[in-house]
Design a protein around this ligand. Structure first.
Ligand SMILES: [Fe+2]
Ligand SMILES: [Fe+2]
Length: 235
């Protein structure tokens, strides 16, 4: 069984609030009965993509002695992300016999997303074993007027690539700051909550805003016997 803790949108900014919320997650993971096999961080690791923010992020997660599968979000900056030792921007990591394709879906200077190097993903998925496709921006509209303007575009290319590789188990992403599950290209699309904040959905209140009072949360992905089970945990 492969067990992944999926954490997203920490937006580390040098402030105490984010340190406290991220520390709560790390402390919780350290106290688990069974240690996770890896931690997946799906972007917006830093709030302004600054070197000191990446140093703080690395410090916060250092206590967890497990692989970190990280990729950039729209708040990260490519050059600083790589300079902090978090690159390359597109990379493959294996956890046991499960492959994680970590894809850069950012467009420098913009909040919406697009996978520039779709050929790289096509190549990365050309293996026999199970594979997860991970990036920051959800590639479809999620019926939230504000967030949908900042989603990932060009999803027809991505869908074609995923459908070409039946070994893809699921797509995992962040950016939406809300625990959400849907489907894309015939597989589950599982979105992690945001550590920094939670998006207010249109049926809750009429606002484009975020809720900063919600507790931090994460999602566990358990992959066993060919089946993915995702379990959300609010801390
Ligand atoms: Fe974010
Ligand atoms: Fe984002």
């Amino acid at each position: 069984m492969t067990l992944i803790a999926h954490v997203s949108d920490t937006h580390v900014d040098g402030g105490r609030r984010i340190v406290e919320r991220t520390t709560r997650v790390v402390d919780y993971l350290l106290g688990l009965h069974r240690q996770v096999d890896a931690v997946l961080l799906t972007g917006d690791l830093a709030d302004h993509g600054q070197p000191d923010e990446y140093e703080q992020l690395k410090m916060l997660f250092k206590r967890l002695d497990v692989p970190l599968l990280h990729l950039p979000g729209n708040h990260d900056r490519r050059e600083e992300f790589v300079a902090a030792g978090l690159g390359p921007l597109n990379r493959v990591e294996c956890v046991g016999d499960v492959l994680f394709a970590l894809v850069d879906s950012t467009i420098p200077g913009k909040d919406e997303g697009f996978i520039e190097n779709i050929e790289w993903l096509d190549e990365a998925l050309s293996i026999d074993g199970p594979a997860f496709v991970c990036f920051h921006h959800p590639p479809i509209a999620l019926e939230h007027p504000y967030a949908d303007r900042l989603r990932q575009f060009g999803e027809e290319r991505l869908e074609a690539v995923i459908r070409r590789h039946p070994n893809v188990v699921a797509v995992l992403c962040g950016h939406f700051h809300t625990p959400t599950v849907t489907t894309f290209a015939g597989v589950p699309l599982v979105i992690a909550p945001g550590i920094k904040s939670t998006l207010i959905m249109p049926w809750e209140r009429e606002t484009d805003g975020m809720d900063y009072d919600d507790r931090p949360a994460l999602v566990f992905h358990q992959y066993t016997g060919g089946r993915l089970t995702s379990t959300y945990k609010i801390l």
